[in-house]
Ligand binder design. Structure first.
Ligand code: KIV
Ligand code: ZN
Length: 528
């Protein structure tokens, strides 16, 4: 009889803490709502002691997302655990997830503690967590490289102290499947009191084995799996949620479990995460990559047309990927556009639809067909939350054969139009300099990445820019048919964010100065 496998999503914790994947408060909430729609059983919302932002995000998610268990991470220390609990208190189903490293390598070089000291800390801290919260998960970090007998002792201590879930992480992605499976089987067999305690996998993809190891863990007795959307996470990432879910679904004949995930929401979750972080999945990414269901070879196309089962082990619709990528053309109206966005998981407000429609019409004029990827890119461009102090009215770029380029830009701010041009070696540089001349806020490019969106040579270019203004870094992202224009718009977005933030800081500093002056006046009337 197949058993339920609980999906523990850690996109907002292990995933979010990896470079380039950070999200702000609103973005985390938006992702949490999609994870709820997806049907995850446990949603690890963050690491509250790590920052004020993480604390606030966990608190807000706990208050709003009521169906899944909401977990918060804490090191095995009193301060961390109390902070996690403070963030979780309002949750319908809270879980404190506490961890400490148990491998000799970590004990010796990182913690500088003895095995006995760590064992006592596990008892004390799991005990403290259990006194606050009815649901406590314990992770012996680097379990995969921990001496087996000591691991059993640690697990026993955690269970005795009240842990309801035991998670055995392969923190560094070192294990091979047989070892990982065996670890679960042994913990299950040797830890006294383990019945009634849920075993959980947590794998990293350093050797490309994260999903395979997760499935091995299930074979060994795990009934919870920890994973992230698109497999984002530390270094090579965590096990990809969509791959585990679809492996269990497609190969239910061979694997011992099922999940309650709404598979039709997988693609929307993947796309949303890409939109929020700017980190795209590779084209050939299993399940959600753009090519995952594309059949290029004539012999394959022929087979699929006769019967999809010839070369498809799952249907694109099952994962929520639109079967027909060509959706709209220039004769499509607002209604069709709104409906398509709705299907893609982007319910648009009236003003948002107007903005999207305007951009869609421009694109449809230039392209034969508008693809879903184009529509998503349009939404990205039109949904900049921060106020755009400057907006591009006109953009022209001339590249000369002599090796220098000139850009001319017209920007509008509060109804006033500014016009300037600049020359530089490259066309993007010329555009950035022309913008700088108008905004009066020169920036330095830290990173600029380009990728094309949508199939075919008429796809749009998506440019992500990271630039430094007055010592602080800001990002911008934009899509356009014209690569240089996309770069200019992305740069302007970053510059607008910088202006907004710097003005906000100046205003705060001004208020503090006025306040200080008032206090000094009160204490020392007439000067001091
Ligand atoms: O990889 C790891 O060990 C972790 C733990 C905190 C569970 O992320
Ligand atoms: Zn991890």
């Amino acid at each position: 009889m197949p058993e339920k496998i609980c999906i523990f999503d850690t996109t907002l914790r292990d995933g979010e803490q990896s470079p380039g994947c950070s999200m702000n408060f609103e973005e985390k909430l938006e992702m949490a709502r999609q994870l709820d729609r997806l049907g995850v059983d446990v949603l690890e919302a963050g690491f509250p002691i790590a920052s004020e932002g993480d604390f606030e995000a966990v608190k807000a998610i706990a208050a709003e997302v009521r169906r899944p268990v909401i977990a918060a991470l804490a090191r095995a220390s009193e301060l961390d655990i109390r902070r996690a609990w403070a963030a979780l208190e309002g949750a319908e189903r809270p879980r404190i997830h506490t961890f400490i490293a148990t491998s000799d390598i970590h004990l010796q070089y990182k913690l500088r503690k003895t095995r006995a000291e760590v064992l006592k800390q596990i008892s004390d801290m799991v005990g403290l967590a259990a006194s606050l919260c009815p649901d406590v998960e314990f992770s012996p970090e680097d379990a995969g490289r921990t001496d087996r007998s000591y691991l059993i002792e640690c697990c026993h201590a955690a269970v005795e102290a009240g842990a309801t879930v035991l998670n055995l992480p392969d923190t560094v992605g070192y294990c091979i499947e047989s070892e990982y499976e065996q670890m679960f089987a042994e913990v299950k067999a040797r830890v006294p009191g383990i019945d009634g305690v849920m075993l959980s996998t947590h794998t990293h993809d350093d050797l490309g084995l994260a999903v395979a190891n997760t499935l091995a863990g299930i074979r060994g007795g795990a009934r919870q799996v920890e994973c992230t959307v698109n497999g984002i996470g530390e270094r090579a990432g965590n096990a990809a949620l969509e791959e585990i879910v679809m492996a269990l679904y497609v190969r239910r004949d061979a694997l011992p479990g099922y999940t309650d995930i709404r598979t039709e929401e997988l693609y929307a979750a993947s796309q949303l995460l890409t939109r929020l972080t700017g980190v795209a999945v590779q084209r050939n990414k299993a399940v959600v990559g753009r090519n995952a269901f594309a059949h290029e070879a004539g012999i394959h196309q022929d087979g699929v047309l006769k019967n999809a089962i010839t070369y498809e082990i799952m249907r694109p619709e099952t994962v929520g990927m639109p079967a027909n990528h060509i959706v709209l053309g220039k004769h499509s109206g607002r209604h069709a556009l709104a409906a398509r966005y709705e299907e893609l998981g982007y319910p648009l407000s009236k003003p948002e639809l107007e903005r999207a429609y305007e951009l869609f019409c421009k694109l449809a004029d230039r392209k034969k067909a508008v693809y879903d990827e184009d529509l998503i890119a349009i939404v990205d461009e039109g949904f900049e939350h921060l106020p755009e102090t400057f907006a591009i009215k006109l953009f022209q770029s001339v590249v000369s054969s002599e090796g220098h380029s000139t850009a001319t830009v017209e920007l509008e701010k509060d109804g006033e139009v500014f016009h300037d041009s600049a020359t530089a070696e490259g066309p993007c540089d010329a555009a950035f300099r022309a913008i700088d001349r108008i905004t009066g806020l020169p920036g330095t490019i830290v990173d600029l990445s380009v990728h094309t969106v949508g199939p075919g040579t008429d796809g749009v270019a998506e440019v992500a820019v990271r630039a430094r203004f007055e010592g602080r870094e800001f990002t911008g992202k934009c899509t356009s048919h014209n690569l240089v224009e996309a770069a200019a718009r992305a740069y302007l977005q970053a510059a607008n964010k910088a202006r907004y933030e710097l003005e906000r800081r100046r205003e705060a500093a001004r208020k503090t100065a006025v306040h200080t002056h008032a206090v000094v006046e009160r204490l020392f009337p007439g000067g001091y």
